[in-house]
Ligand binder design. Structure first.
Ligand code: GLU
Length: 309
């Protein structure tokens, strides 16, 4: 077998340049802050096991993490409940969009932690006596994955709480099924605030690497999660992370990942590296168009496909 190419020799700026002319996709307009995103933004970063972070231009441009927070909410819920979160949320792909108003038939549980219903629930399972305490705990947890404190965009948090009608509907549905035990409004507020956390491509790469490297942050050396929890989270990213595009993603890219409406992607190539990619225009499944192209190129050029021999 030929050895895997060395990411340190990879020209991320050349990859970025090759993608800049790729058109297509639409910038999300569910809240004004997302609608104002720069459609030309394109950044790629890789975080390696030795703690080095390689990146293209624009890798320090901040954006709200949105659904790329979901694997980390799942991780924190598993940690804080001692694994009980696995009884409270399913782990099967839905084949439906991220905010579909459906729960698992027969149990009333959210289908998986990577769709909105699941993330509303996992955020509610994180330790804390009320919504403020839970948000503080989530901020602390995300900081451990990132290796630095992260700010929250208060306008994004406010507008997602105010305008997230489908999330309110999902929370009420889970209340009716007795699967959500906090108030529907608290659940949406905590989830909206988590989605409004500001990151950049470099930070997302470090967060993805912490999951990919068995729960140890390669930059700080801190163990953030037990290895088994990291493995569980990455497994569910692999099957459910790109919503109803997860099957096509795994065939073409082969790296567990989570997409988001801000055009961010966090990728966790087990044992190898974490990657953060951002470019706001999205395809029909809510995946960044350039992010997908960048991920395919990284997978092919660096030999990162999980099932390539
Ligand atoms: N905050 C967004 C929502 O709940 C996240 C969706 C996504 O990024 O896919 O609608």
């Amino acid at each position: 077998m030929t050895p895997a190419p060395d990411p340190r020799r990879y020209d991320l700026d050349a990859l970025r340049e090759s993608l800049r002319d790729a058109r297509g996709g639409e910038v999300d307009d569910s809240i004004p802050e997302l609608a104002r995103a720069d459609p030309d933004l394109c950044a790629i970063a890789l975080a390696l096991p030795d703690g080095s972070v390689l990146h293209s231009a624009e890798a320090d441009v901040a954006f709200s993490i949105q659904s790329a927070v979901k694997p980390f909410l799942f991780a924190l819920a598993l940690l804080d409940t001692g694994g009980e979160a696995l009884d409270r949320v399913g782990i099967e792909p839905t084949g439906e969009s991220f905010d579909a108003i459906t729960l698992e038939s027969g149990t009333g549980r959210p289908p998986n932690p990577m769709v909105n219903a699941g993330a509303l629930l996992t955020a509610s399972l994180v330790d804390g006596g009320g919504p403020d305490e839970r948000s503080t705990r989530i901020a602390r947890g995300l900081a451990a994955f990132a290796g630095r404190e992260l700010d929250v965009d208060e306008d994004v948090a406010h507008n997602e709480h105010l305008l997230g009608d489908r999330n309110h509907a999902l929370a009420h549905l889970m209340r009716a099924e007795d699967t959500l035990t906090v108030s529907a409004d608290d659940a949406v507020a905590v989830y909206a605030r988590a989605c409004a956390t500001l990151v950049d491509a470099r930070t997302l790469a470090v967060m993805g690497a912490t999951l990919a490297l068995g729960g140890v942050n390669p930059c700080t050396g801190a163990r953030v999660l037990p290895e088994r929890v990291a493995r569980d989270v990455v497994s569910v990213m692999a099957t459910c992370g790109v919503y109803d595009g997860s099957g096509r993603w795994m065939r073409a890219v082969g790296i567990p990942a989570k997409s988001s409406v801000s055009g961010a992607l966090v990728l966790s190539a087990a044992g190898r590296l974490g990657a953060g990619v951002v470019s706001p225009p999205l395809d029909d499944q809510g995946t960044s168009v350039r992010g997908r192209l960048a991920s395919e190129a990284l997978s092919n050029d660096l030999g990162l496909h999980s099932f390539a021999v």
